[in-house]
Write a protein that binds this ligand. Sequence first.
Ligand SMILES: C[S@@+](CC[C@H](N)C(=O)[O-])C[C@H]1O[C@@H](n2cnc3c(N)ncnc32)[C@H](O)[C@@H]1O
Length: 229
Amino acid sequence: MTKSIIDEAISSLYNNLSPRETICIADLGCSSGPNTLLPVSQLIRTIDKERKNKDYESLKFHVFLNDLPNNDFNTIFRFLPTFHESLRKQNMGEDGLFDRPNCFVRGVDGSFYTRLFPSNSLHFVHSSYGLHWLSQVPDGIENNKGNVYLTSTSPTSVYKVYYEQYERDFVTFLKYRLKDLMKNGCMVLTMLGRKNEDRFSQGCSYEWELLATTLKLLIAQLYFNLFSS
Ligand SMILES: C[S@@+](CC[C@H](N)C(=O)[O-])C[C@H]1O[C@@H](n2cnc3c(N)ncnc32)[C@H](O)[C@@H]1O
């Protein structure tokens, strides 16, 4: 669903780039696994197609993959030879001089709610399904009636503190990205949303209610085992 938006954004950025030599891309909240490099591959493929169509010179890709420090970056690095091989096979990012495509991938650990990059160092920021994570559990949720998140039984005061935490976090995120991005840089953020005012439409709270019920059962069972033995 987001492919066309990302393609359009990166193509427009690339066409307006001057000089068109290097492009610095960050994927924030990249996770680790076989899909981690997919967004980056897509971005490189789109730029390369554009480059070949317009007969522009080849360029260097600096790719920064960010996640929290406990993310399994080693797994990502293990996928890199296959990633480079696939770029080479598709003849992408090559400059003919080196035995490795002109794509330099680095891991960047740390929360995207903090400073991660030097000022004006990125052309393009991508983040998919990461901004649902808050920087912390908000204060003031003690009266959440045994829930682990917002559900239909949560009091209004709990909605309010979650909302305020999200607002604070998102503003912090934007503040830092404003520093990271170069002039005319661009950002595509994909996150869950809903189309109407009803917080519980589209089953938004169902899984959290199930999770809370399961946790409560688990704790009750632990207590039972503890005190009956
Ligand atoms: C659901 S995964 C999304 C993975 C991938 N971007 C995708 O679209 O499939 C969310 C990722 O965001 C990371 N994340 C959550 N909070 C973060 C933060 N404050 N800073 C950096 N990464 C964060 C998590 O560790 C997790 O790997």
